[in-house]
Design a protein around this ligand. Structure first.
Ligand code: HEM
Length: 407
């Protein structure tokens, strides 16, 4: 592993701009060293913010919503996006709790279980597209498609044909939130969502997420269309890139560790998302605004201070995880913070868990001898603390037969 010299460590501890591109190896080393050498520190980037990386402190901040607010942290790094707050992520309790009470029942394992055959059929269809070739771009042909198609098709009940169009608008509005292309995509995406809720209002009830938002109450009144659109956007933004990242990073680990690949192929019941989320945390950081004086690891944080909660680094804290830099399947206990903690703990973690299990079961059973295509290499986004996504993953494997309805 790369080790940081004092100068490099000082940079990460005191001057790091987590949105600036950086070297992947150095970033990985910083994640491993920060919780041990400097669990609470202040970066002077963006006018100054606290960076917290010890496990106990990160967990404490996630839980202490009265001292560490989610609203309005959208302005954390520079100019905020010009949009109203998106519920529930941009709101604090007690109103945030009302949204969770409305939505949580739609995301229980029991509620999701009936979708399993349909999700498996979707995975089968995606794998069928490349299984005979013995090679694919696993990012473009699987991981970046599957979570969105699953969400639209099963949780929103939307026609498949719209899925890729909406996905494109989402990407464009995230890539360039203040530029003309991004703003145009944002308008199209918003219009499409407003039309969707309008058409659902006129349609017979299905008792799904959209109906729940249409018929529910917050603070004793029905939700406005803007609030419903905001909720749907958070579900879309929260569930797509995150699930894609954990699938992609896991496949890379399985290609590097052939024993692990063979072990999971022989023991599919041992497939679990948790240790992979701990090691390659898709949401590596969260942001909070201090609203009342608090002490973190002996440092006094004042109202108005901004706090970067560095979960990816907390996952390497040896006080919580033994041998933290090693992947240990079935690690127990594994109280990772990859889905957050406290009031904002991920609403969709059961969806992620189900999708990951079904996808990995099908991939491992159908795509044998998985490896990165020789002479080619995965391409990642520029490494930042905020995103570290893989955009291209060339895979080779033993070709097999198609299995779906058209196979
Ligand atoms: C591996 C996949 C996923 C990971 C790693 C992940 C991670 C997270 C994390 C860390 C948070 C807390 C953020 C904070 O406290 O600031 C969060 C919140 C959230 N996630 Fe996920 N997520 C995943 C999948 C999903 C999926 C599939 C959905 C929806 C279908 C979803 C919807 C949400 C929502 C709505 C919130 C906000 C909850 C609230 O504010 O009360 N996530 N997620």
């Amino acid at each position: 592993m790369t080790e940081l010299d004092d100068q490099a460590f000082d940079f990460y501890a005191h001057h790091w701009d987590p949105r600036a591109p950086g070297e992947a190896d150095l970033r990985a080393a910083a994640i491993e060293e920060l919780p041990v050498r400097c669990p609470v520190t202040k970066s002077d980037a963006y006018g100054g913010f606290w960076m917290v990386s010890s496990y106990d402190a990160v967990l404490g901040i996630f839980r202490d919503w009265q001292s560490f607010s989610n609203n309005p942290v959208r302005a954390f790094f520079g100019r905020p996006a010009e949009r109203p707050p998106m519920p529930p992520i941009d709101l604090d309790r007690p109103v945030q709790r009302e949204y969770r009470q409305l939505l949580d029942p739609m995301f229980t394992p029991k509620r999701l279980a009936p979708f399993e055959p349909g999700i498996r059929a979707l995975v089968t269809e995606l794998i069928d597209e490349f299984i005979e070739d013995g090679r694919c771009d696993f990012a473009g042909q699987f991981a970046l498609q599957f979570p969105g198609r699953m969400l639209y098709k099963f949780l929103f009940g939307i026609d498949d044909s719209d899925v890729m169009r909406v996905k494109r608008w989402t990407e464009l509005s995230l890539d360039d939130p203040h530029g003309p292309i991004g703003q145009d995509a944002q308008v199209k995406w918003n219009d499409w969502l407003y039309q969707l809720i309008e058409s659902r209002r006129a349609a017979p009830r299905r008792d799904d997420i959209i109906d729940r938002l249409l018929c529910g109450q917050i603070e004793g009144r029905p939700l406005t269309d803007r609030e419903i659109v905001g909720c749907l956007q958070v579900l879309i933004l929260g569930g797509l890139g995150t699930t894609a990242d954990v699938l992609l990073n896991t496949i890379i680990r399985l290609c590097a560790g052939r024993e692990l690949q063979e072990y999971l192929r022989a023991h599919p019941e041992r497939i679990e998302i948790d240790e992979f989320v701990r090691m390659d945390t898709p949401v590596g950081v969260a942001t909070r605004l201090c609203t009342r004086q608090a002490v973190i690891e002996g440092q006094t944080v004042e109202p108005g201070d901004r706090v970067l909660v560095f979960s990816a680094a907390a996952h390497r804290d040896p006080k919580e995880f033994s041998d933290p830099n090693t992947l240990k399947l079935g690690r127990s206990p594994n109280r990772h913070l990859g889905f957050g903690a406290g009031p904002h703990r991920c609403l969709g973690s059961n969806v992620a868990r189900l999708n990951f299990r079904i996808a990995m079961e099908e991939i491992l059973s159908r795509m044998t001898d998985l490896r990165i295509t020789p002479g080619d290499a995965p391409r990642r986004e520029e490494p930042q603390a905020l995103t570290f996504s893989i955009k291209y993953l060339p895979l080779s494997f033993t070709p097999g037969p198609r299995r779906g309805a058209s196979g």
